[in-house]
Design a protein around this ligand. Structure first.
Ligand code: NIG
Ligand code: FE
Length: 417
């Protein structure tokens, strides 16, 4: 058993169901606390004065009055991709819209070319590096989507890479099949491509257990409401859980579709209508918001405040991808959430822990500090959790524990000069 003592603030978040409305700001902080890990699980925690005999522990860690909290969970990324799109970033800086680049054969399609060309090993290595960076920012579970293959071989290659990384690396990787990310150049009709995905690719993904979720980019320049519905209904029949890239560029009523199909989550929602949000609330669909994308596309941020007022559980994610959000910066994400989306610091913490776990159907296992949950924890080098926002843009993660094991250590005593 491992004891972490002298915790200045233990931010437990608490609970094993997504939080909505005013619950989102209840993060259950215990001042002057201890926590005990047994094997890979949280065994006990509480006020320091309630701590019993210390000699029964195999190891004792002194948290030096710092903050301990659940590991961050990033429920929306596109982490397996080849190449980069820095030249497109410069075009966007000159005012060329993101969607025009895609319509002219660039954007997602240029990453598709690069990803098809990359060997399995090269893609594995570059994705592994991205996972290491996530871990250094305190991310202990991450979702990853396919969608840069748009053909059977490459879609499967992306998913197999995520499977291998999940088995091999400390961080957990949850896979989503996003075969319907864009229409590849081999098809000039999007409906024919949807049929190909449903008939040829999805059955193999399911048979080989390569994904838990199916997602679709339901938007201008990608797939219509009808095509998205057809694809997701087929995915549901084959046993995949559902997610939607919804109403990012324009409002396509994708949020309503998420509600109608009882998707686990609707993501982006920059242009979602009031009816769309009502549909999310009525059908218990989580809203996954991506402030780094809005920042990078210089768009209005999603209306988190309204969603929280409407009782929709809100989660946050990086959307790491080479086009609309080439960033893994958890500190920037947290800052944008509180400075530009009107979220309270406590709400942002819930959104990136428990609610993010719920967006991956993992709320019973991770996302909060509860007895019996996995010991995925962070030691934050600060006297209180407000520093995650106040000390903006700075990575304050000092130690990361995954399944009770120390997997990242940035403390001064560990650094060799
Ligand atoms: O979530 N919107 C669609 N997919 C990604 C962008 C992918 C890309 O530009 O490569 C997103 O923003
Ligand atoms: Fe995305």
């Amino acid at each position: 058993m491992l004891l972490i003592k002298n915790i200045g603030q233990l931010v437990t978040v608490g609970g094993n169901k997504p939080k909505s409305g005013s619950e989102m700001k209840e993060i259950n902080v215990i001042e002057d606390a201890y926590l005990v890990i047994k094997e890979d699980e949280i065994f006990d925690f509480g006020k320091s004065k309630a701590l019993k005999e210390q000699n029964q522990y195999d190891k004792v860690i002194d948290a030096q009055n710092k903050v301990v909290m659940p590991g961050f969970i990033d429920p929306h990324t596109h982490l397996v991709f080849g190449g980069d799109r820095s030249y497109e970033f410069k075009m966007r800086l000159r005012g060329v819209p993101y969607i025009d680049i895609l319509k002219n054969g660039g954007g997602i399609l240029s990453t598709v070319n690069e990803t098809r060309k990359s060997s399995y090993q090269d893609l594995l290595d570059v994705s592994n590096k991205r996972l290491d960076r996530f871990l250094s920012y305190g991310v202990t579970t991450v979702e990853g989507k396919s969608g840069y293959g748009l053909d059977k071989t490459t879609e499967i290659k992306q998913l197999e890479i995520m499977k291998e990384l999940n088995e091999r690396e400390d961080i957990d990787v949850v896979s989503t099949f996003l075969g319907a990310h864009a229409v590849p150049k081999e098809y000039n009709k999007s409906d024919q491509y949807i049929d190909y995905i449903i008939q040829e690719v999805m059955p193999e993904v399911v048979e080989n257990e390569l994904a838990e979720f199916c997602d679709v980019f339901c938007d201008e320049g990608a797939f219509s409401y009808q095509e998205s519905e057809k694809l997701l209904k087929a995915a549901d029949k084959m046993g995949l859980k559902l997610k939607i890239h919804a109403d990012e560029i324009i409002n396509t009523n994708a949020a309503q579709l998420a509600g109608k199909l009882k998707a686990v989550s609707a993501e982006h929602l920059l242009k979602a209508s009031r009816e769309g949000l009502n549909s999310l609330r009525e059908n218990d669909v989580l809203a996954v918001l991506l402030p780094l994308t809005a920042f990078s596309l210089q768009e209005e941020y999603a209306d988190a405040k309204q969603m929280i007022e409407m009782d929709i559980p809100v989660a946050l994610a990086t959307d790491l991808n080479p086009g609309s959000s080439y960033s893994q910066s958890i500190p920037l994400l947290l800052s944008l959430a509180v400075m530009y989306m009107d979220m309270k610091p406590e709400e942002a913490i819930t959104a990136l822990t428990l609610n993010a776990a719920a967006a991956l159907n993992r709320e019973e296992q991770v996302g909060s500090i509860q007895k019996g949950k996995k010991a995925d924890l962070l030691i934050i080098d600060a006297p209180n959790y407000n520093h995650l926002f106040y000390n903006f843009g700075v990575n304050l993660v000092e130690k990361v524990y995954k399944n009770g094991k120390l997997v990242f250590d940035n403390s001064l005593e560990n650094r060799k000069f």
